[in-house]
Design a protein around this ligand. Structure first.
Ligand SMILES: [Cu+2]
Length: 203
């Protein structure tokens, strides 16, 4: 069965009565989600995660992700990972960095280094870690850790597409402006062929 079966097609198949195919509950299809402000402005750089009942909260063993450093900046500025993910911190600069986090979600420190540190840092609980560099004060990034494999970050138009199974789920949005101690904003999500809009409340 195609992994990326479009929802519109899945519905067509169901209408035709081929429920043996379309009724397979585990199949995921792309779901468009757009995050907008209370005033209706698209919000770029927002972490979006979808909680689906019955899915493993922690990442499969061996799951890895990268938080690089290029031109004295963290890349990406916001990394979203599933709980249990091992994050590498490759330094692509010629200068050394000294990465740290004081956040309760994951306090750690990688002392002055070049290249890629041998040991990744495992983010073992949900929450958000704010990263800094002891050498370059302006370096700032966040690692947002979620208990679901379904997540992404919005683009310049506030949009993100996440493969999720058909059904009724919960969607959560977190942005750096909310602060690392906040879990984010959550609402119900029902899969649809049209984008699901998440409109944040007035601050
Ligand atoms: Cu640095």
């Amino acid at each position: 069965m195609p992994k990326m079966l479009p929802r519109s097609w899945a519905r067509h198949v169901a209408t035709a009565g081929l429920l043996l195919v379309a009724g397979h509950s585990a199949h995921a299809a792309p779901q468009a989600i757009q995050v907008i402000s209370f005033e209706g402005q698209p919000l770029a750089g927002a972490a979006v995660s979808v909680t689906v009942r019955g899915t493993r909260p922690t990442a499969a063993p061996g799951t890895q992700a990268d938080m690089g450093q290029r031109q004295r900046a963290f890349v990406p500025a916001l990394l979203v990972v599933q709980t249990g993910t091992a994050v590498n911190f490759p330094n692509f600069d010629t200068v050394r960095h000294h990465v740290y986090s004081f956040s309760p979600a994951k306090p750690f420190e990688i002392k002055l280094y070049a290249g890629t540190p041998a040991a990744p840092v495992v983010f073992d609980k949900a929450g958000t870690a704010t990263l800094g560099c002891n050498i370059h004060d302006r370096m700032l990034a966040h690692i947002h850790v979620v208990d679901t494999p379904f997540f992404g970050v919005t683009d310049a138009l506030g949009r993100v597409t996440i493969d999720v199974p058909d059904g009724e789920h919960r969607v959560r949005v977190w942005m750096p402006a909310m602060g690392e101690g906040r879990p984010g904003v959550e609402q119900a999500l029902r899969t649809a062929s049209t984008p699901v809009i998440v409109r944040l409340a007035a601050p």
